[in-house]
Design a protein around this ligand. Structure first.
Ligand code: HDD
Length: 708
């Protein structure tokens, strides 16, 4: 696909690009610098002089290079792209960028939540999924996550949630991990978090790639049509590459081998022209049906099962351009779910309502004042015309003497849309007739039914991963009271889940919720526990990530070809051709850098070695034939690749003659499964591809466990 395609947003950004090639080094004032190595001194061995503005200019700027990192979602990776609207949904919304056929530039920033800016990509965590659409009617931000629900129901609890999950305040440990006392203390006192925590303990929290995650707007929003009629809407991003995970043990190892694993994967794929795509889907709920469900659609801890309201695809997003500069674009982009374009409105979800304040407020602080809208990455493509002026870092230069409204000296400009019979953003005229209360609706009091729905919708392997994740995390919690309190919550969700986690912790799950948990729940709902409504569905297929062998795609998957000098080029090329036909990538790994020599004669440059690479960074493994096989017998790191690949349930293919290497690995004592593919017994390439399409051979995980 075309490299670095341009559109009205990228052209706007390009106007700010600085190209230093063939340019003289200058100070910030444009004065040419003669010597960039030495400060001005009084004599060769004398003190430095204060008049050295060249040095002071350089140092003063350097001293101010860092800005505060985001209070959450500090670690992120972004890319430019476009959204193309493909369906006519004008009966629901007048939003211009959703009109069929419209193409809108956008920037997407993915993130983890808890870790600092330099933390690992592979933390067990929620992933942020923020999209800024640069529409012709102004910027619209859909600031979502890769999980469709949230921990809490009311924004008032957000600072507490974040304090609990971040490293503990006394010793600032642990980094980018929820496996510690304060998080589970808070969570076990907040039964409303039960559903979201179930998702964060699932494989959704350890994605294989940012390109292989779903995204969700989480809250229920409103679409508003030309007539001013509202329809409730929930947003979904569905990745074309499917939804995939890594194994937890893998995630931990990747964090050591390549803490930038997700960032690198996104960057490299866009760079190669493998542009990731997502379909945008909507669940549309007529206003009249607001109260029709067993749960409250304003409660952000609830999904609307796709069995009740199907997801309608309305367009496609393509990420097609890497940023030129991480700081200027990915770091300085300022998202805000509290600003809207005509055709979209808020619902009364109390979490969303709190977000309306928090984002603009944090950007004002983080980006040093109210002019962050003028930064190239944040600037709207349709301009900004108002009487807001001055402030730190102001870039726009307002003409004339008028900066107030109403005015006559400036011909009333910038003018109000309504004064000239035009339309601007109008809030939905929802009728509200209520008493002010500081409290919570009883329709928000069912905390476990959807957590159960999620657990029931998982395959056995996925359930086992959830059990292991709870066991891992709670084992890191020092307080036995906290562990027991969380087990009581799990017992309300699913007895088997609670018992299995309990067995791993050496605790019996309590039958009742802890009295402290109930006390806090009663704070919101004095009559807690409240009998939940009967759910409409007990299972929902869309909640599982499982793919069957042969069903998925292997596009952009990385297959390690494990070679050494003397390897057969024919054996490499045959497999490579078949994999490339399916869009996968073959990466040769050898015993040394430089050039690898072929059995048939000739050689090729090689970049990757057993020293620098790790099995956990690859999706599948192929050992070609040749004299290399004898060399690999002597290479312990080769066996590490094979053993680990097997342990992590990946496909392993061996060309004729190469299967003798199995004798030196842990596989030798294991009953052969579909994921170990031998040229002597199988249709090598097609069977290999079929197993890879299924992502993993999960049944191997429990029945054929091996050390590594
Ligand atoms: Fe938030 C950042 C997603 C609740 C306050 N949030 C932030 C980002 C994402 C989300 C993806 C990173 C944006 C970026 O890439 O720059 N947040 C969510 C979702 C929520 C949610 C899906 C619930 C449905 N957030 C939430 C609440 C509050 C905040 C209830 C406060 C009332 N979030 C913030 C923030 C951040 C932020 C503190 C930190 C950096 C930023 O905004 O730009 O204002």
């Amino acid at each position: 696909m075309k490299k670095n395609p341009s559109n009205n947003k990228t052209k706007q950004i390009d106007n700010h690009l600085i190209d230093n090639s063939d340019k003289l080094l200058t100070t910030n004032d444009g004065v040419a610098i003669h010597d960039n190595n030495n400060t001005l001194k009084a004599g060769e061995r004398g003190p430095s002089l204060l008049e050295d503005f060249v040095m002071l200019d350089k140092m003063a700027h350097f001293d101010r290079e860092r800005i505060p990192e985001r209070v959450v979602h500090a670690r992120g990776s972004g890319a430019h792209g476009i959204f193309e609207a493909t369906e006519d949904i004008s009966q629901y919304t007048k939003a211009g960028f959703l009109k069929k056929g419209t193409i809108t530039p956008l920037f997407l920033r993915f993130s983890t939540v808890a870790g600092f800016k330099g933390s690992t990509d592979l933390a067990r965590d929620v992933r942020g999924f923020s999209v800024k659409f640069y529409t012709e009617e102004g910027n619209y931000d859909l600031v979502g996550n890769n999980i469709p629900v949230f921990f809490i129901q009311d924004a008032m609890n957000f600072p507490d949630l974040v304090h609990a999950v971040k490293p503990e305040p006394n010793n600032e440990m642990p980094q980018a991990a929820s496996a510690h006392d304060t998080f589970w203390d808070f969570i076990s006192l907040m039964p409303e978090a039960a559903h979201m925590v179930m998702w964060t303990m699932s494989d959704r929290a350890i994605p294989r790639s940012l390109r292989m995650m779903e995204g969700f707007g989480v809250h229920t929003f409103k679409f508003i049509n030309e007539e001013g009629k509202a329809t409730f809407v929930k947003f979904h991003w569905k990745p074309k590459l499917g939804v995939h995970q890594v194994a937890w043990q893998e995630a931990q190892k990747i964090s050591g081998y390549d803490a930038d694993f997700h960032r690198r994967d996104l960057w490299e794929n866009i760079d190669k022209g493998n542009f990731p795509q997502w379909d945008l889907g909507v669940q549309l709920i007529p206003e009249e049906d607001e109260l029709k469900f067993s749960f409250d659609i304003l409660d952000p801890t609830k999904i609307v099962p796709e069995e009740l309201i199907p997801v309608k695809i309305i367009g496609t997003m393509t990420l097609n351009r890497n940023p030129e500069n991480f700081f200027a674009e990915t770091e300085q982009i300022a998202f805000d779910p509290g600003r809207l374009v005509p055709g979209i409105d808020f619902s009364n979800d109390p979490l969303l309502q709190g977000r309306v304040f928090s984002y603009a407020d944090t950007q004002n602080y983080r980006l040093g004042g109210p002019n962050f809208h003028e930064l190239p990455i944040n600037k709207s493509v349709n301009g900004k015309h108002n009487n807001q002026k001055d402030g730190f870092g102001r870039m726009d230069i307002l003409k004339g003497n008028v900066s107030y409204f109403p005015n006559s000296l400036g011909n009333g400009c910038p003018y109000h849309a309504m004064l000239r019979g035009e339309k601007g953003f109008e809030s939905h005229s929802e009728k509200i007739d209520a008493k002010k209360i500081r409290g919570r609706s009883t329709s928000f009091a069912d905390h476990f039914t959807q957590a159960r729905l999620f657990f029931n919708s998982q395959t056995e392997a996925e359930q086992n991963h959830i059990i292991s994740a709870y066991s891992f995390e709670l084992s890191k919690v020092k307080s036995e009271d906290v562990r027991r309190r969380e087990l009581a919550i799990l017992n309300q969700i699913d007895k088997k889940l609670a018992q299995k986690v309990g067995a791993n912790l050496g605790l019996t799950p309590p039958a009742q919720l802890d009295s402290l948990t109930i006390q806090f729940a009663k704070n919101n709902h004095p009559e807690y526990p409240i009998q939940p409504n009967k759910p409409e569905v007990e299972q929902s297929a869309a909640l599982s990530m499982a793919v069957k062998s042969g069903e998925g795609t292997i596009e952009t998957r990385k297959v390690a070809f494990l070679v050494a000098d003397g390897v057969s080029k024919v054996s490499i090329d045959k497999m490579k051709l078949e994999l490339e036909k399916e869009g996968a990538e073959a990466v040769l790994i050898s015993t040394h850098m430089g050039r690898v020599k072929f059995k048939e004669g000739g050689e090729e440059p090689i970049q990757f070695t057993y020293l620098t690479e790790a099995s956990v960074c690859y999706d599948a493994f192929y050992t070609p034939e040749g004299e290399s096989v004898a060399k690999l017998q002597q290479e312990p790191d080769y066996f590490q690749f094979i053993n680990e690949g097997y342990r992590h349930c990946k496909a392993l293919a061996f060309a004729k003659g190469a299967e003798q290497l199995i004798a030196g690995s842990y596989l030798k004592d294991k009953e052969k499964d579909a994921g170990v593919i031998l040229e002597s017994e199988n249709n090598l390439a097609s069977d290999f591809i079929m197993v890879m399409k299924g992502h993993r051979v999960w049944e191997r995980e429990e029945s054929r466990k091996i050390p590594v």
